[in-house]
Write a protein that binds this ligand. Structure first.
Ligand SMILES: CC(C)(COP(=O)(O)OP(=O)(O)OC[C@H]1O[C@@H](n2cnc3c(N)ncnc32)[C@H](O)[C@@H]1OP(=O)(O)O)[C@@H](O)C(=O)NCCC(=O)NCCS
Length: 174
C-alpha cells in the first residue's frame, strides 16, 4: 500500500509513534492534538501506510523580520514583519527512516506555503533545524538566517533556516 498524507484526526492512534527524538515524540503523543483542535496554534499532517503513522509535520503561520534575512533577499521587501510558514516539527518513525517519507512531508509543507502565499500571503518557509537535520534542509535550498522570533529552550540550540517562496516550485508553472 502506498503512503498517503492527511491532516491529523482526533481519533488517530499516536502512542506507538517513535522517531527516537524524545522531544518530538512527546510533542506528538501529548500536544499535537490539543494544539490543533483546541488551541489552533498549528496543524499536523501525518504520513500513513496501512493505518500506521510513519511520520508527521506540524506547521503554523509565523513572521520573519526583514533584517533576519540574508542581505540579497531583503531587496524590495517592506520593512514590517513578513508572513512565513513555520515548519514547527518534522519527524519520521525510526522504522521508516530512509524511505523518502521525510522528503515527502517536507515537499507537502512547501505546497502549503505556496497555498498560503496565494490565499493570505507568505514570503517563504522557516524552520529551527536541529543540528543533525541541518544538512537535510540544506539539500532543499534552505539557508541559515538570524534568529526568527521567540526564545527557544532546545539544547543543543537549533539553527534558524529559511527557504524563499521563489525556491518553491509553482504547481502550475505560473
Ligand atoms: C530528518 C528526517 C525527518 C529525515 O526523514 P527520512 O524519511 O529519514 O528522510 P528521507 O528518506 O526522505 O531522505 C531524503 C533525502 O535526505 C537525506 N537525509 C535524510 N536524513 C538526513 C539528514 N539527517 N541529514 C542529511 N541528509 C539526510 C537522505 O539520504 C535522502 O537523500 P537521497 O534523496 O539522496 O537518497 C528523519 O530522519 C527524522 O525524523 N529524524 C529525527 C527527527 C529530526 O531530526 N527532525 C528534524 C527536526 S528539525
Amino acid at each position: 500500500m502506498s503512503v498517503g498524507i492527511r491532516r491529523l484526526e482526533p481519533g488517530d492512534d499516536r502512542d506507538r509513534f517513535c522517531s527516537g527524538h524524545p522531544d518530538l515524540d512527546r510533542f506528538f503523543h501529548r500536544f499535537a492534538d490539543q494544539n490543533q483542535f483546541r488551541h489552533h496554534v498549528g496543524v499536523t499532517y501525518i504520513a500513513v501506510e496501512d493505518d500506521a503513522i510513519l511520520g508527521f509535520v506540524t506547521v503554523s503561520p509565523s513572521e520573519i523580520e526583514i533584517d533576519a534575512l540574508p542581505a540579497d533577499r531583503r531587496r524590495r521587501l517592506p520593512r514590517y514583519p513578513l508572513p512565513t510558514l513555520r515548519l514547527a516539527r518534522l519527524a519520521v518513525a525510526q522504522s521508516a527512516q530512509g524511505r523518502g517519507i521525510g522528503q515527502t512531508l517536507l515537499r507537502f509543507a512547501l505546497t502549503l506555503a505556496r497555498r498560503m502565499a496565494d490565499e493570505i500571503g507568505c514570503v517563504g518557509v522557516v524552520v529551527d533545524a536541529k543540528p543533525d537535520a541541518q544538512t537535510f534542509y540544506l539539500r532543499y535550498g534552505f539557508e541559515s538566517v538570524s534568529a526568527v522570533e521567540g526564545v527557544l529552550l532546545d539544547r543543543p540550540e537549533p539553527t534558524p533556516m529559511f527557504l524563499p517562496l521563489s525556491a518553491i516550485p509553482c504547481p502550475d508553472n505560473r
